[in-house]
Design a protein around this ligand. Structure first.
Ligand SMILES: *[C@@H]1O[C@H](CO)[C@@H](O)[C@H](O)[C@H]1NC(C)=O
Ligand SMILES: *[C@@H]1O[C@H](CO)[C@@H](O)[C@H](O)[C@H]1NC(C)=O
Ligand SMILES: *[C@@H]1O[C@H](CO)[C@@H](O)[C@H](O)[C@H]1NC(C)=O
Ligand SMILES: *[C@@H]1O[C@H](CO)[C@@H](O)[C@H](O)[C@H]1NC(C)=O
Ligand SMILES: *[C@@H]1O[C@H](CO)[C@@H](O)[C@H](O)[C@H]1NC(C)=O
Length: 446
């Protein structure tokens, strides 16, 4: 019989990261960008006071916490007991311990509102062989869970090195195979993830799929620039998601928003290295997709392959619309502003098709900084379904190396207002929509 310890306090220390991305008018680029970032640990450390009396420590369920012995069963047993209680329950993974957890499905809904307090470290098996016979997409897989909080200042480490070495993107003689997403939340509701580290995932770091009402904040997500497909935060088919005050440095998109997601707000993000903040890819394999009501407000991107991007495949359908990117600072970013309707991430070239995801009503406002390439603004839209309702306001993207910058437009319709450098290259006919996208900035997930 498992021994339970009831405790009214726990000894987990956390350091909160607070990020403020300032947009300074008439910024002098010679001064560098470090002054734009303010990283401030809040009053040293804070002792967490549990709101509930019921606290379960993983060690009480047989976990060793030595990083060598398998703690998966202890974790599952703790979760199942916590899930069966009513009221609030806290599961603690204490600091100073490393818990080796094999691929695990963590199911809800639960009677209780659970807080998973990760103060120590959770590690994945290093050897991809541990997934033999299991779903290669999953490591920590939460599904159907409502009212879950994850916090604690600890770390989740995907130990992805061996997976990256075996990727076909690392070595083209390798077969292309799926690799796990470190933490997936599927069909979740009222989720609050904050204040921990996710590092070296096998593939994507954190994914929300078919979720409603999610708040993610004070996260630090880190993997090497060369690690393949290691998106930071991936949002798919979800509605009502806020991601804020986080640092993301990985080998792929810092944040990607795909398939039928809406009411997404991203703010105060530090991104890079990585591929930037992306909407898409959308429309792969002739699929229909709708991404609407997305606001990116406050980001600092440095040395990323792209800055703010919308990417769609030929042959798809649906919409990417009502999107606003604002208050963004870039440093040496290769494609600072880009809409790419000819996206093709496959070994064989993609043929042009008549169908395309319609890109409409997209605003870029107050975007400044340096571009690593000459084409600082690129709108490469579909021949058959042009981009409409594009809007640029207060843009200053100069060359990182001191050359010139320019805009490139293909089938792009819109207009600009205020200072825009490089100047916009849109066409705008009689029917052109002249408006900026104004979204309600006060999206609170719950
Ligand atoms: C790619 O893998 C093949 C077969 O395993 C190996 O012979 C080759 O040296 C690898 N190439 C690189 C660049 O690592
Ligand atoms: C988006 O939703 C529509 C309608 O529910 C569905 O047909 C389509 O497959 C979804 N697209 C994606 C990419 O999930
Ligand atoms: C700027 O970006 C370019 C292109 O990605 C890269 O080659 C170069 O090393 C970067 N410069 C610095 C100082 O990081
Ligand atoms: C697809 O269309 C674009 C725009 O018209 C053109 O630049 C590109 O060369 C075409 N690609 C192929 C593979 O035909
Ligand atoms: C784009 O904005 C126009 C003008 O407000 C609106 O009529 C149209 O429905 C919008 N497009 C989409 C796809 O929401």
């Amino acid at each position: 019989m498992n021994k339970l310890r009831y405790s009214s306090s726990s000894t987990c220390l956390v350091v909160l990261i607070h990020i403020t991305v300032f947009l300074v008018p008439n910024l002098s680029y010679a001064e560098g960008f470090d002054s734009l970032l303010e990283l401030r640990p809040q009053s040293g450390s804070t002792r967490i006071r549990p709101r509930s009396k019921r606290v379960l420590f993983l060690g009480e369920f047989g976990a060793q916490g030595d990083g060598l012995r398998d703690d998966t069963k202890a974790f599952r047993d703790t979760w199942e007991l916590a899930c069966s209680f009513s009221g609030r329950t806290r599961i603690v993974l204490p600091a100073g311990n490393t818990f080796l957890i094999h691929p695990i499905d963590i199911a809800g809904p639960c009677q209780s509102k659970i807080t998973l307090q990760i103060c120590g470290t959770v590690v994945a098996p290093e050897d991809p062989g541990a997934w033999h016979g299991l779903n290669p997409h999953k490591w920590l897989y939460f599904h159907g869970v409502n009212h879950l909080t994850i916090e604690g200042g600890g770390a989740i480490n995907g130990m992805g090195q061996e997976w990256w070495a075996r990727s076909c993107k690392t070595n083209s003689t390798n077969p292309c195979k799926h690799a796990p997403t470190a933490i997936t939340f599927h069909r979740c509701k009222y989720l609050n993830v904050k204040n921990f580290l996710v590092v070296n995932s096998q593939q994507m770091h954190m994914a929300f799929t078919k979720c409603r009402r999610v708040a993610a904040s004070n996260l630090k997500v880190v993997a090497p620039a060369h690690s393949p497909n290691t998106d930071g935060i991936h949002i798919s088919a979800s509605k009502g998601v806020v991601v804020k005050d986080s640092i993301i440095r990985t080998g792929d998109d810092c944040i990607s928003i795909v398939s039928n997601s809406s009411h997404i707000r991203i703010s105060n993000i530090i991104c890079g290295p990585g591929h930037g903040i992306s909407i898409g890819s959308l429309g792969k394999s002739n699929s229909w997709s709708q991404v609407q009501h997305v606001m990116v407000d406050g980001a600092f991107l440095s040395n990323t392959k792209n800055g703010l991007r919308i990417k769609t495949w030929q042959g798809g359908s649906g919409f990417a619309s009502e999107i606003s990117f604002q208050n963004v600072v870039m440093e040496n970013v290769s494609n600072p502003i880009i809409i790419d309707q000819y996206y093709c991430d496959s070994r064989v070239p993609c043929a042009n098709q008549t169908l395309a995801v319609k890109v409409e009503n997209v605003s870029f406002m107050r975007i400044r900084g340096t571009s690593a390439t000459e084409e600082a603004i690129k709108f490469e839209c579909s021949d058959h379904s042009p981009c409409e309702g594009l809007y640029l306001e207060d843009i200053q993207l100069v060359s990182y190396s001191g050359g010139i910058t320019r805009s490139l437009c293909w089938e792009a319709y819109g207009f600009s207002s205020g200072f825009v450098d490089p100047p916009a290259c849109f066409s705008c006919s009689e029917s052109c929509i002249k408006q900026k996208v104004l979204l309600d900035p006060a999206l609170h997930p719950f």
